[in-house]
Design a protein around this ligand. Structure first.
Ligand SMILES: Nc1ncnc2c1ncn2[C@@H]1O[C@H](COP(=O)(O)OP(=O)(O)O)[C@@H](O)[C@H]1O
Ligand SMILES: [Mg+2]
Length: 285
């Protein structure tokens, strides 16, 4: 279930108030009790019930009757809060069409200062294990690791884009709010969908960008034909939340996997002469 422009535009200020209260209270409760929510929002019983009904209808909140009547915010509600935050700040002015629903993110085209891409990170319970391994402290949201994991994933991506965009061909980061990263929109397609006229040049361009990122301290970690876009002018490396520092113990394996993926793609699809070892040497050299 993803968020729609109407969903956010039509959110009433009391509904935003409820979502914000749930976000705070979910640090302490698995199910936020109705009376606690009422005290925090200062809404009347009937107003609260009406607004919660609306939020549940839109899949932003879910409820439980046992062990007591309680509420939780779910992903769509969290996305709505993030978008609301970006709209308030002015980095997003209107939500456009849905571009992609991946395993771990939903991406929209939108307007802000020009055309922007909105990437809502959605890291579920299982994937959280990976995040936990790379992180020593535990979040406040002990019952809701997805809130922490999704925001953490967004932060990781934002950090990489900030560090790289001046030198490496990646989207320019514009804003971050919770699990949402706002970045410049690339008017292109992932190379998996493209038929390149100059595959040798594109391959060289990719390798050069991977090398620059490596020397700035970033190994992509999920590089493949799905995360490289072309727009007629050049290549773009996207999808950075799982980057690794070159000093990490497994960095070498991760870099080798990234390079093997791109060499395999270019040699299979275009017969580009792309030996892995040589390409690796070019990147780290
Ligand atoms: N900045 C961007 N501009 C245009 N399209 C984008 C942008 N970022 C992502 N996309 C599109 O959304 C898709 C998914 O984004 P991606 O960052 O790869 O996340 P994930 O693979 O985790 O779902 C991409 O394949 C691409 O089509
Ligand atoms: Mg991707």
């Amino acid at each position: 279930m993803s968020i729609s422009a109407d969903d956010v535009r039509d959110l009433h200020r009391f509904e935003i108030k409820i979502l914000l209260a749930l976000e705070r209270l979910m640090k302490d409760y698995r199910w936020v009790p109705e009376d606690v929510l009422r005290r925090q929002t200062k809404l009347s019983e009937s107003e609260l019930a009406y607004r919660l009904g609306h939020l549940m209808q839109r899949n932003m909140v879910k409820s439980s009757a046992v062990p007591y009547k309680g509420y939780q915010m779910v992903f769509t509600g969290f996305d709505a809060l993030a978008l609301q935050g970006a709209v308030r700040k002015g980095s997003v002015t209107s939500l456009g069409s849905l571009i992609g629903v991946g395993k771990e993110a939903t991406v929209y085209e939108a307007m802000g200062m020009g055309v922007v891409a909105l990437k809502f990170h959605r890291i579920g319970q299982q994937s959280f294990q990976t995040v936990r391994r790379s992180r020593t402290y535990m979040p406040q949201y002990k019952h809701f690791p997805w809130i922490f994991a999704s925001s953490f994933s967004a932060q990781q991506e934002y950090e990489a884009l900030m560090a790289l965009h001046a030198d490496v061909s990646v989207p320019v980061p514009v804003d971050i709010n919770r699990n949402l990263v706002v970045m410049t929109f690339i008017h292109g397609v992932p190379i998996v969908q493209a038929t390149l006229e100059n595959p040798d040049d594109v391959f060289a361009d990719v390798v050069q960008n991977v090398a620059k990122a490596y020397h700035l301290g970033y190994i992509h970690g999920d590089l493949s034909e799905f995360n490289i876009m072309v727009d007629g002018k050049g290549v773009w490396l996207i999808d950075w939340p799982q980057w690794t520092d070159p000093s990490h113990p497994t960095a070498e394996d991760i870099l080798l996997r990234d390079i093997t993926n791109i060499c395999t793609h270019f040699s299979r699809k275009y017969r580009v002469d792309a030996p892995v070892e040589e390409t690796l040497a070019q990147v780290v050299g």
